[in-house]
Write a protein that binds this ligand. Structure first.
Ligand code: SAM
Length: 281
């Protein structure tokens, strides 16, 4: 067997991850990005976009469950959910486990992500045909600018904060998200790693604080994201997401009430994160 390795080009990490590759199942280019689906002996199939690992069969559930279930379980009966990015379907698969959800908009700029996921990651894409899901292939910032309804939850599951994903981290975008949420609603976006991207994590919190009455942060252990200690940034109109409002949906592999309550940064660490110039706790 040839010794093939994938060296990840993470835009902000001070180290590089190298993965053994035993098979390349797909390579292609869409209007927006370069695709590869490869096999690693430990992680199984991996989706790579523009040289950056998006998820692997082995560990995708940590990320997808935590992005979806923390905000959804903090509410008694969320009905309308907007997922921006996430064309692979991993987050939608978790969202549609909630019986109260009546409508979920999936807004990925690149429909090719959905096609590749359905072809190579059927267990990730399994919720994409749910009749409550409406596919809206367009830029997430444009979608929110034109959206006339209200949402209970807005989730951003985008690529890293570079290139066309940057439009999802601006004060205008956060402000628009806030105006679409009802009083008990929640906005959650990825926010990089506390080990490697401390100033970026703080900057996203500062931008959220300028747009929402309440900002917060929770984390999850993701093996394949640079720095591993992955952050989810929260903006709300005042509601706290720290405590689940009901019993967990089933099935989940990682998410549960105890994980939900322990995932948020304790106040003393949150305060340190927000100190100007700090690079770590
Ligand atoms: N769900 C995965 C994970 O575990 O992190 C990966 C994230 S998903 C593949 C990232 C998606 O964000 C890509 O499919 C990309 O097309 C989409 N995306 C990036 N910028 C976007 C934008 N401005 N509007 C809508 N979708 C965007």
């Amino acid at each position: 067997m040839a010794d093939v390795r994938l060296f990840e080009k993470d835009p902000y990490a001070p180290i590089q991850y190298g993965y053994e590759v035993t098979e390349v199942l797909y390579r292609g280019t869409s209007e927006y990005q370069e695709f590869a689906v490869v096999v690693n002996p430990f992680f199984g199939r991996m989706l790579i976009l523009d040289g950056v690992v998006q998820f692997t069969e082995r560990d995708e559930f940590y990320y997808h469950e935590m992005l979806a279930h923390v905000p959804l379980h903090a509410m008694a009966a969320p009905e309308t959910v907007v997922v921006i990015g996430g064309g692979d379907g991993g987050v939608i698969r978790e969202v549609v486990k909630h019986p109260s959800v009546k409508k979920a908009y999936l807004v990925d700029i690149d429909p090719e992500v959905t096609r590749v996921s359905q072809a190579y990651f059927p267990t990730v894409a399994s919720g994409l045909d749910d009749p409550r899901v409406e596919h809206c292939p367009m830029d997430g910032a444009r979608f929110l600018a034109e959206f006339e309804g209200k949402a209970d939850v807005i989730l951003v599951d985008s690529t890293d904060i570079v290139g066309f994903a940057k439009s999802l981290f601006t004060p205008e975008f956060f402000g628009r998200a806030r105006s679409i949420l009802g009083p008990g609603g929640a906005f959650v976006t990825l926010s990089e790693s506390l080990h490697f991207h401390f100033p970026i994590v703080r900057e996203v919190q500062q931008t959220l604080r300028a747009s929402f009455p309440c900002a917060d942060l929770y984390t999850a252990p993701i093996a394949t994201y640079a720095g591993n200690w992955w952050c989810f940034a929260v903006g709300t109109n005042g509601a706290s997401l720290r405590v689940p409002a009901r019993a967990p949906v089933t099935p989940t592999r990682y998410y549960c009430g105890d994980i939900h309550r322990s995932a948020f940064l304790p106040p003393f660490l949150y305060d340190r994160l927000m100190e100007d110039g700090r690079e770590s706790f």
